[in-house]
Design a protein. Structure first.
Length: 344
């Protein structure tokens, strides 16, 4: 039996909006009016945090190995991660889609199942969006809105000398997972009878296809009465994000290679692929972990947290951004991660 395919043109734009909106109910008291009018109406207390992100087929994702369900989830998670990086709580999202005629209504349904799963996971409301035709594949744009008390906002510009440099989770997994997926794709192209061998790479493949935003850590820091002096999420690689904080705070940082958290599966697979695990951790990107700095006093409050790792400390700008290798030598931290406008 063939899977049913309904053309989007059969529903029309309003029919598609109705189909999407009937599956989403608001859960936040801040949502006065959601989908269905010219604009949404929100009632927020404190400061409102707004971020937006685009995902383009062929640039940010490959549909030959990215399920639409996961893509819907990831599109929300990467925006929620930016809200978390401001030490804020996500509340609302809008989702905009550009669709070519190769996408059916059922494909859109699958994408929005992922969106809904992320909304439920992060307790955010879908309050609007737009759909339009696209001549260049799938285009996704998500805007996320969050709230935070004014005195709890964590910017990139607040790091101070002697602060401790912290990172959540583990690094490099998403990049190595992508290398595995790309390798299996090439094997499949060469021989369509070969099925992808992904069982032993389950963790790192998930890190690439379905990353999680670290909203839980934000709640835990709040409960511990810790406000990071600076914070950023790791989307373009640890090295790149360190340099963002360095530039905007006017400080340098010294980190230690042996303190970088790298999962065993990431490490082993990197070695298997001939990639230095530390390079993957520094420059891979798409981990969506949080990089932040805290005062020495606050370090005492979080030192027992199982998922926060101390990787170095803040120093004066003239001392630069340095990594101490496992062998004890010092090397300059340089950004070699993802660049949207790299000519290569």
């Amino acid at each position: 039996m063939e899977n049913k395919r309904t053309e989007i043109s059969d529903l029309g734009e309003f029919g598609l909006i109705d189909r999407i909106s009937e599956n989403f109910a608001s859960v936040n008291k801040e949502t006065e009016l959601g989908i269905g009018d010219d604009a949404a109406v929100l009632h927020n207390e404190g400061r409102t945090i707004v971020t937006t992100d685009m995902l383009l087929e062929g640039v940010h994702f490959d549909l030959s190995f990215t399920p639409l369900l996961h893509l819907g989830y990831k599109a929300v998670a990467v925006n929620v991660s930016d809200i978390a990086a401001m030490n804020a709580t996500p509340k609302h999202i809008t989702v905009n889609l550009g669709l070519s005629n190769r996408f059916s209504v059922e494909a859109v349904d699958e994408f929005y199942k992922g969106v809904k799963a992320a909304c439920e996971s992060y307790k955010v409301d879908l309050i609007g969006g737009d759909t339009t035709s696209s001549m260049s594949g799938l285009v996704i744009s998500v805007t996320a809105i969050g709230t935070v008390d004014q005195h709890k906002i964590a910017k990139r510009s607040g790091a101070k000398e002697k602060d401790v440099v912290c990172v959540t989770g583990d690094l490099g997994g998403a990049f190595i997972g992508l290398q595995v997926l790309e390798r299996e794709k090439q094997v499949f192209i060469a021989n369509p009878d070969m099925q992808p061998q992904l069982e032993k790479y389950d963790y790192i493949v998930q890190r690439q296809l379905k990353p999680e935003a670290r909203t839980g850590v934000i709640h835990e820091l709040s409960e511990l009465n810790v406000v990071p002096s600076s914070m950023i999420d790791i989307s373009d690689g640890l090295a790149s994000e360190l340099l963002h904080i360095s530039r905007q705070s006017g400080i340098g940082m010294k980190i230690y290679e042996d303190k970088l958290p790298i999962d065993k599966q990431t490490y082993d697979t990197a070695v298997e692929l001939g990639i230095d695990p530390t390079t993957a951790a520094l420059n891979g990107g798409e981990d969506y972990e949080l990089l932040f700095t805290v005062s020495m006093d606050d370090m005492e409050k979080i030192k027992k947290h199982p998922d926060i790792h101390f990787i170095g400390y803040v120093q004066s700008l003239d001392k630069g951004n340095i990594m101490v290798t496992k062998g004890g030598s010092e090397i300059e931290v340089t950004a070699q991660g993802w660049s949207h406008f790299n000519k290569k």
